[in-house]
Design a protein around this ligand. Structure first.
Ligand SMILES: Nc1ncnc2c1ncn2[C@@H]1O[C@H](COP(=O)(O)OP(=O)(O)OP(=O)(O)O)[C@@H](O)[C@H]1O
Length: 238
């Protein structure tokens, strides 16, 4: 699919979230979107998914079957996990067996009878991811899927994502935590100042290690900033 000169703002008098965005997203590719908080990653993902219409420009050749997992899964619906997922499966004409299979793969099968509002943040995140994956999507959009996940699921998700891309789907992931940055062949989009730049991985293969000491109360902010700018950050205790 392709975005041509796409611009978006929420309301007519609002500032543009982004402008002049032209990019192609190939079938079989995984693309990581990075950028500071509030720069417009979720908004770009919603436009790519077709949930928001661009105010200018065009989106061409969006695949028909889209799976989208929002940054925060809306848990205020009065259903159990099973009822919700079976309903989503029926809407997408997916056999109901898929619910149990995905619940097992994402390790929340013990929560199928729990009501959505009673889920923990990470478990709700898994349900949101499952409903996106279940649709056998040709375009898969995951907005910060790693946030709040337990280690086992966080470790398993990159392989799941690359498997879906290997089947020909176009995958776009916003990933503050940089959990998929080392995925072979991954494409990178970086958002800043209302523009989207494609970063090449060429020239980025040789990494230097720089030790920096910062005041403890600034460490979290700085870490987030550095990660959003595309750097790898490792914390040392003490
Ligand atoms: N529904 C909305 N209505 C109006 N403005 C919005 C809406 N959603 C987001 N915005 C604004 O659009 C801009 C981009 O927000 P967006 O959530 O896309 O950023 P983000 O890069 O995903 O942020 P984060 O990293 O914190 O998730 C922000 O200024 C935000 O306040």
């Amino acid at each position: 699919m392709r975005l041509e000169n796409v611009a978006f703002r929420y309301r007519r008098r609002d500032p543009w979230v982004f402008k002049g965005v032209t990019l192609s997203l190939a079938g079989g590719s995984v693309t990581e979107v990075t950028g500071h908080n509030g720069v417009g990653k979720s908004t770009l993902l919603r436009v790519i998914a077709g949930l928001r219409r661009p105010r200018a420009g065009v989106v061409k050749d969006r695949p028909a079957r889209v799976g989208y997992a929002p940054e925060r899964f809306p848990v205020d619906q009065p259903f159990s996990v099973r009822t919700y997922l079976c309903h989503m499966a029926a809407m997408r004409r997916v056999p109901a067996d898929a619910v149990g299979e995905w619940a097992e793969r994402l390790a929340f099968d013990h929560l199928l009878e729990v009501r959505l509002p009673e889920l923990s943040k990470g478990s709700a995140q898994k349900v949101g991811i499952a409903q996106a994956l279940m649709a056998d999507p040709e375009l898969l959009i995951l907005d910060e899927p790693f946030a709040g996940l337990d280690t086992a699921t966080r470790d398993a998700l990159p392989e799941l994502i690359s498997g879906i891309a290997a089947g020909g789907a176009t995958v776009v992931v916003s990933d503050h935590q940089r959990c998929i940055e080392d995925m072979p062949g991954i494409g990178r989009l970086h958002m800043a100042d209302g523009a989207v730049a494609r970063l090449s991985s060429a020239g980025r293969t040789e990494w230097a290690v720089l030790e920096v000491e910062v005041p403890g109360d600034e460490a979290d902010t700085l870490e987030t900033k550095l990660r959003a700018d595309g750097y790898r950050v490792r914390r040392r205790a003490g």
